[in-house]
Design a protein around this ligand. Sequence first.
Ligand code: PGA
Ligand code: ZN
Length: 428
Amino acid sequence: MTDTGIVNVHGRRVWDSRGRPTVEAEVSLACGATGRAIAPAGASRGIHEATDLRDGGNDFGGQDVKGAVANVLGPIAGAISGLDAADQNSVDQALIAADGTHDKSQLGGNAMIAVSMAVAHSAAAAAGEPLYRYLANGREPTMPLPQIQIFGGGAHAGQRIDIQDLMVICPSAKSFSQALDMTADVYRAAGVVMAERDRLQGVADEGGYWPAFDSNEQALETLVVAIERAGFVPGQQVAIALDIAASEFYRDGLYKLTLDDQAVDADGFAEKVSAWIERYPIISVEDPLAETDRDGMIAFTRAMGERVQIIGDDYLVTNAARVRAAVTDGACNAVLIKPNQAGTLTETRDALEAAHQSGWDAVVSARSGETEDVTIVHLAAGWGAGQLKVGSFARSERMAKWNEALRVEEALGAKARFAEHRSLSAGV
Ligand code: PGA
Ligand code: ZN
């Protein structure tokens, strides 16, 4: 066996930011190097994502992961022991073969992604390199432009507003750390504005302020006020990014906006989002139409794709074939990259490369259920994704990632490349 041969695969149950069980994997190599990673969990999940294997039954609301952990210890350990951790593709193909399903429902996408990421960590440790450097494989790492949530919503805030995320992007930032500095001011200003208006009610699942608004549009207006209050020019220095997560309120061909007391068809909803883009400094929109509404996505991208970044999350589920199909159709113009949607690191990377090969930007993203695991920061920098989205500017499962990115930027030193706004210049 080579030095980087896998000699042990361990799994354990740990807890995520919502207090739910999740899977941690730890991989040991012949040379003594180890790697560890934790699976995150989504709340607004795409129908085509890799399956999160949960036990059901009574324990922890059916969310327990005893079965997934047992799969790490049993069949997964059996399938990859002796393989070379430095050959991520072969390890991931062995995981895929051992699972044998199209949706990873046998072994569990949560078990598989924890192991797949732990393997990468162990191989980087064996090489004596930080993970981002190992993943960059001789290319220059690039610091991503962050999308940072200010108000939560949708499935992350009890459907209190229909839009799921109201975020900021700092197109004027010259470095990753400067983008964080600017966002910190906007986040603080947003808290002051919410308190002044007697609407400060704590934070949602990803750390953004709980959205105590009377309409979806009021959330947009308040965000512009917060940007101004922080001393920035909306649109020029700090712009808005939305994750609409429209699948969450799409039923029987209609978009049902509870807060606005409206039910509209795809054209009607696209018009509404387009009107927001006209009136507010929005430069990026994720999942503007439902994941099953291909025609709607194509029509919206045709109408607005020159002006704004249109990201497929639920629509593309970090799947290279779906990305290629969407490139052909013109159904979005950027991809969200969530490793646990794919279930292995190799498939995650394939989806990102399919996007980059077509000139699309890629946004590496956390889930709403997170932990202290910071792997995605290394993927974003090492693979040069372009952008990174990990939730808001509060709660340590979010801050752990922003802080890790600061460490990476510092390690890269003065010559650190920063993705800036590239394809996001539209509308700015
Ligand atoms: P999720 O949402 O992790 O709850 O699925 C995040 C997103 O939609 O980007
Ligand atoms: Zn999303």
